[in-house]
Design a protein around this ligand. Sequence first.
Ligand SMILES: Nc1ncnc2c1ncn2[C@@H]1O[C@H](COP(=O)(O)OP(=O)(O)OP(=O)(O)O)[C@@H](O)[C@H]1O
Ligand SMILES: [Mg+2]
Length: 441
Amino acid sequence: MALRKENILIVDDDIDILELLHRHLKAMDYHTYKAVSVKEALFVLKDSYIDLLITDIQMPEIDGLQLMKFANEHYPEIPKLVVTGYPSVDGALEVMKAGAVDYLSKPFTKDELKQCIEKAFAKGSLRRKERPIARNIKADCQGDMVGESEAFGAVINLIDRVKDNKATVIIKGESGTGKELVARAIHYSGKFSRAPFIAVNCGAIPENLQEAELFGYTKGAFTGANENRNGFFQAAEGGTLFLDEIGSASLAVQTKLLRALQEKEITKVGSQKAKKVDIRIIAATNANLLEDIKNKSFREDLYYRLTVVEINVPPLRNRKSDIPLLAAKFLRKYGVEYKDRLLRISPEALQVLERYSWPGNIRELENIIQRSVIMSDGMIEVKDLPDFLKFQIEFPDADFLPLREMEKEYVRRVLIHTQGNKTTAAKILQIDRKTLRNKLD
Ligand SMILES: Nc1ncnc2c1ncn2[C@@H]1O[C@H](COP(=O)(O)OP(=O)(O)OP(=O)(O)O)[C@@H](O)[C@H]1O
Ligand SMILES: [Mg+2]
């Protein structure tokens, strides 16, 4: 079962050492951030929640000792380890004085590394208890949930309130807003985090199989039921059952689910015997269940049972202040994955991202960044972004503009983009200069 991982930042200009450390740490089940220079390390420190810093000393430009100095000042709680190619008594002394918990001399074995890390964490354990929740959350160890908008803060607040009890929770939000991540966050940040988290996408199971998959079945319950089987409910015992796309649950499942919530017991398909279950249910939907209730495809009584606590995950367009942090997160993720380094985004490109309305929400943002990392040679520039983003015009959801106003606004934007150059603007708009001049008049 996946448990919480610690984030370790490794800094070395030697890619081989970086890779070696990464491999060892991954095998020890840590999550790593790699940086090939102090400059990149500072960027990671600022934007991520780092539990341990491991740095080389000798590096071009800024060296590891200066990084240590900076980290001691700004992140005194993070334990620091040093990897050095030139072990000497003086050097070691200097490193320890600079605030390192310990140092490793190259070449080192995996066991030596492990011992050093354990020592470092033993010293740093105080801090980890105080990790603020917004950055503490592990998405089944895929990375941190980030955000600093008020709307996101409200979600985090609710997660905090429900994480340690078994109240039923429903998570509502458009596609790609992070509903599943919220569900995982509730589970993994709470006190039942060591019990199982089972995610079931109701929309992905054919209606006629849902009941058997969720509640299990007895031998002979239906053709093909050759043995007794437990369902997902049983698998999640003691922990969390996440029912994604709850609107797709069959009516038979809805009836049984209601019973499970009311009586805290389930029966397998083909059995009369009820079995107690101790489980927290989190459901998610991007559909309007109230509509489904009206057309009788969703049980109203179940709806009210499920909505004990309701978490509405806001669409990205309503929390645009989260875009820089999210972009930084995905840049790190895909930079390291595809280019083996941390990439940045130019302020202009970031502005383009902030202007867009993101109908596909965070998932769409992630895809765009992934694509731009592949397209870019270093810094992500406006040119690396897809065309539809470069020339998009944003207008409020409800307030549509007359076509002529819209055209005016569009021409204005293009001119801002070309810094007033009418020839280039005319080219982009694919009209001749004269037409453009007429429009400007
Ligand atoms: N606050 C966040 N910080 C970082 N990454 C996030 C955040 N919220 C969502 N993501 C990422 O965005 C992607 C979409 O999130 P998720 O799958 O949880 O959305 P969803 O609401 O369940 O979407 P759908 O309705 O389509 O199933 C995932 O890759 C997730 O890791
Ligand atoms: Mg989902």
